[in-house]
Design a protein around this ligand. Sequence first.
Ligand code: NAP
Ligand code: MG
Length: 491
Amino acid sequence: MAENYPREAGLRPAQGCFINNRWEPSSSGAALPVIAPAEGVIFAEIAAGNAQDVNRAVAAARAAFEGGPWSRLTATERGRLLMRLSQLVTDNLEELAAIEARDCGKPLRAARADIQATARYFEFYGGAADKFHGEQIPFMNGYYVTGEREPLGVTGHVIPWNYPAQMTGRTLGPALAMGNATVLKPAEDACLTVLRIAELAAGAGFPEGAVNVVPGLGHEAGAALAEHPGIDFISFTGSPQVGTLIQTAAARNHIGCVLELGGKSPQILFDDADLDAAVPVVVAAIIQNAGQTCSAGARVLIQRPIWDRAVSLIAAKFSALKAGLPDDEPDLGSIISARQKERVEGFIARAKEQGVPVIAEGGIDPKAPAGGFYVPPVVFGPVPRDNALAFDEVFGPVLAAIPFEDEADAVALANGTEYGLIAGVWTRDGSRALRVARQLRGGQVYVNAYGAGGGIELPFGGTRKSGHGREKGFEALYEFSALKTIVIKHD
Ligand code: NAP
Ligand code: MG
């Protein structure tokens, strides 16, 4: 339990909940410890927000949306605020990256890239705010019909701990661009940059109530937000289990939701693939964020004739990998928590017990603190198709290599899990690339590339157990708005 971890001297104190552009103490009066997972020490505290805090945040957002200064801004003005926020995130990049790296246990260079992406989200949606519009619809003589995009109202947002800053940009950017007032519940395990970004939003000039953040536990603050009758839409990224709770709560309130729930995304290496180009991408796509990425390339499907060559290239890279402290430029950082580490180690231990061969294993930097939650990266293969590693999401640096026979087999295997988020296809045959891409289930398919987490401009989302709806790109603006048809009779 968190109480057993050493507490750093000069702990960052809890600031509270960010409501109406002010820090408000949580009505629970309680604080939660924040652990630096790469070190296993408590270095900060956050407020344990509860249902009453969520009530206050939703009321603040409602007031902002219904007649408050926020509701009176033009799309251009909202866009400018987002641009200003983007600039403030950029101005504070080093501070935010250092916090993110420590809070998540990720390499500092990765945290910097995350903060750059966060700024880019606000920039993209700032630019989009006044360029997204409805249209005039041809109808009967004597009628004029417009379809207007309008905001949904108060939007709820529940995000995970793997990319706290980026997720904030991804989900708040389009919601704010469309004029919604937002309440966000970040993950207890990592949310310090989210709180800082809320403060920067106030500094950028967002009026009271547009951006509210209530930190706290999922089953308290998160559940209270999801179930709140005062929200008009909810966006969730996290586990399929909690996704079901969110969708059930949304159904009770008759509101919509967008769910992004992870995956078991495949990269398919056909026998004509450029392996020199593919292998570094295959490795990076599973060790990025220590495998804790919804769109991690967790399976590599390899056509039999190139199995030996591909596996030996992957093995050479994997055995050189080292997990370590954020500041030491490691290949990967730590896992987010002791609980997640145990979960990942459970997958690895079971696969070994079941006799799944280990192709290669990386290591842990000897300088990494013993109390950190490190898991050395490992690639298993050939993984039997009925083994958990072939279809369950591990959410750690564990790659499953699986051989396949031909195109039809590759497609069946790639689509053979309950998930469907993204996929990669590696081949020099353009016709095959397109044929296969069209058959793969999921929201994104990359050809001779793979973009775990990248691409602010690119609509992203899943199907079935990976969730539904789309965030990122212009598509998110549809999610966070509704179409109103206005019919005017003019004769
Ligand atoms: P999780 O429980 O689904 O957490 C995601 C968010 O939901 C957090 O903010 C969490 O709050 C909140 N939450 C938890 N219970 C809730 C409830 N009853 N009502 C409303 N909100 C609630 O995920 P996790 O436990 O951190 O991770 C478990 C597994 O989920 C991972 O191993 C991975 O497979 C998957 N996952 C996927 C993604 C992704 O990007 N798709 C991200 C994270 C995890 P607290 O954490 O503060 O309690
Ligand atoms: Mg933490």
